[in-house]
Design a protein around this ligand. Structure first.
Ligand SMILES: C[S@@+](CC[C@H](N)C(=O)[O-])C[C@H]1O[C@@H](n2cnc3c(N)ncnc32)[C@H](O)[C@@H]1O
Length: 219
């Protein structure tokens, strides 16, 4: 049962936690203005609301804040580069990729609800992005991409299978691949087979989870 805080309790919370309150207000405003524009990128979706019956799947949070721009600016993006957001959710990061110069930007999403929202968002913004609805373990077109983006979509056992697929795609279609991984809880799995090596760790604030960049093209 949800217990409502009294007014004095709420005032005390604002005074003692100004930063949390400020972030919450910004989040609520963003959600409100997106709704006015007919899109939905920022609203958080907890795993139970997505009907995840698998405890290993996380919910949806967007990673598309200003620091993602900083990370993408460190790359030398070429017209031929193709990026896939593995676990794209509502597609917020796809918009950033387009803005930062990727020509081909696609998303892969497990849930029907989020895939539909992402397709709707891309349509509203007139962005030409494909949204594949699939479990990342079953996706068979990794060979089409040379950049992969992940924002902590799943736990280690799933990550292991996905890395095996990406590495197999390098056998069938040899190419240079860069992985951009935010909140890299499975960092050890990405580098486990020695195919990918860490090339950069980028962190906005000391208390924030870093982005780790990996490449298979490290001499
Ligand atoms: C933290 S959200 C990241 C959203 C987006 N990449 C971003 O940065 O804004 C993780 C997403 O991964 C999706 N996901 C979880 N398990 C997946 C799987 N096995 N295959 C594909 N997507 C998955 C979730 O539904 C969720 O939308």
């Amino acid at each position: 049962m949800k217990v409502q805080k009294s007014l004095p309790q709420r005032v005390l919370f604002v005074i003692t936690h100004p930063r949390i309150y400020w972030d919450l207000m910004q989040y609520k405003l963003r959600v409100f203005f997106e709704r006015v524009k007919g899109v939905d990128f920022s609203k958080v979706e907890q795993a139970p609301a997505l009907n995840f019956d698998d405890y290993r799947l996380n919910g949806y949070w967007s990673s598309a804040n200003g620091y993602l721009d900083v990370v993408l600016r460190t790359l030398q993006i070429d017209i031929k580069d193709k990026v896939l957001d593995i676990g794209c959710g509502k597609g917020a990061a796809l918009v950033k990729f387009k803005k930062m110069g990727f020509h081909c930007v696609d998303g892969l999403e497990y849930t029907e609800k989020l895939s539909e929202i992402a397709r709707h968002n891309m349509g509203k913004l007139n962005l030409n992005c494909q949204i594949f609805q699939s479990d990342a373990r079953l996706f068979n077109s990794y060979h089409d991409y040379n950049y992969f983006y992940l924002y902590n979509p799943f736990t280690g056992d799933i990550m292991r299978e996905v890395m095996e697929k990406i590495e197999a795609s390098l056998q069938s279609h040899p190419r240079k691949v860069t992985i951009i991984y935010k909140n890299a809880v499975c960092d050890d799995i990405v580098i486990f087979n020695g195919v990918f090596k860490r090339i950069k760790v980028l962190q906005n604030q000391p208390n924030e989870k870093p982005f780790i960049l990996y490449s298979n093209d490290v001499k």
